[in-house]
Design a protein around this ligand. Structure first.
Ligand SMILES: O=c1[nH]c(=O)c2[nH]c(=O)[nH]c2[nH]1
Length: 290
């Protein structure tokens, strides 16, 4: 029996980067969490401790900030620039993965006018990307995280099997709420990323609101189908949807009725609905997800 080194990677995770773009007095904020992960010829450092092939994670962190000096642009482009840099400048690095979460800020209204330099963190989900580059080609993922949405009607859940443990009451009208995490895989490594993101997000929200739902699973598929129909560059979309249960409170002990007005918003446990929607001719995903 021999013991060998298996799959490995390393990098600087969660670099918190804020850039201020100054157009005269008018500022714009880009607030990112950037994670770098590199892999390649890393046997020596694990087996003998020789570090001559190890681009320090501290250097990786510095690179992220130095690259931001030239402007960030769309997060997919920034991730592509960084990933290509690490692989093309370091012989020992064979693949790079750069993941970015963009934290949204909204311009404040000050004195009844849009402020030049004052912002509030907005809660409407975060935009994400993950780029993998292997020296020859790049795989680009985009997406959103923590996009909390709710339909106060238009949702049913009934017709499920009943066994000796089933207590859930069938409902023809309930609240449907979730925090959408969606990651989509582009079939291209060059696109109008801003437009693709905006269209995917608007389409997803439209499908959430516009689907009369028999289950969160059905809503998941409807959202995925709509995004794929709207954005030709997206080949596949993966969802993770916590079912944020809202239970109608029994007010009868207090002599009150409750015609779908007062709910207990349960925190946990929650149903977790996950699924992938893709084109049947989607190109192979390669290392995009791994
Ligand atoms: O939309 C739903 N899907 C389920 O699978 C499920 N299971 C459950 O208890 N409630 C719900 N709701």
């Amino acid at each position: 029996m021999a013991i060998v080194l298996g799959d490995n990677r390393y990098g600087k995770a969660e670099n918190r980067l804020v850039r201020v773009d100054r157009d005269g007095d008018e500022h714009r904020i880009t607030d990112l969490t950037v994670s770098v992960s590199l892999s390649g010829d890393m046997s020596d450092t694990h087996l003998t401790g020789a570090n001559d092939k190890v681009l320090a994670t501290d250097t990786q962190k510095n690179t992220v900030f130095a690259f931001a000096r030239d402007g960030i642009g769309e997060i997919e482009d920034f991730a592509l620039r960084l990933a290509r840099h690490f692989v093309s400048t370091q012989e020992s690095i064979h693949a790079a993965r750069v993941g970015i979460v963009a934290h949204p800020w909204e311009r404040l209204q000050v004195g009844g006018r849009p402020a030049h330099h004052s912002f509030a963190r907005s809660g409407a989900g975060t935009r994400t990307t993950r780029v993998t580059y292997d020296g020859e080609r790049a795989w680009v993922l985009g997406g959103v995280e923590d996009l909390t949405v709710l339909n106060s009607t238009g949702s049913e859940f009934w017709g499920f099997p009943r066994d000796e443990y089933t207590t859930l009451v069938e409902v023809k009208d309930r609240i449907l709420a979730t925090a959408v995490s969606a990651t989509w895989r582009f079939s291209v490594d060059e696109a109008d990323w801003a437009d693709a993101h905006e269209t995917a997000l608007a389409t997803l929200l439209d499908a959430f609101g516009g689907t009369h739902s028999q289950s969160l699973q059905q809503t998941l598929y409807a959202m995925g189908q709509a995004v794929l129909e709207a954005v030709p560059e997206i080949a596949e979309i993966r969802f993770s949807l916590p079912n944020k249960h809202h239970f109608l409170v029994d007010l009868e002990p207090f002599g009150l009725d409750n015609p779908g007005e007062v709910f207990y918003a349960a925190d946990r446990p929650y149903g977790l609905i996950e699924g992938t929607v893709l084109r049947d001719d989607a190109p192979p995903a390669g290392p995009a997800w791994s």
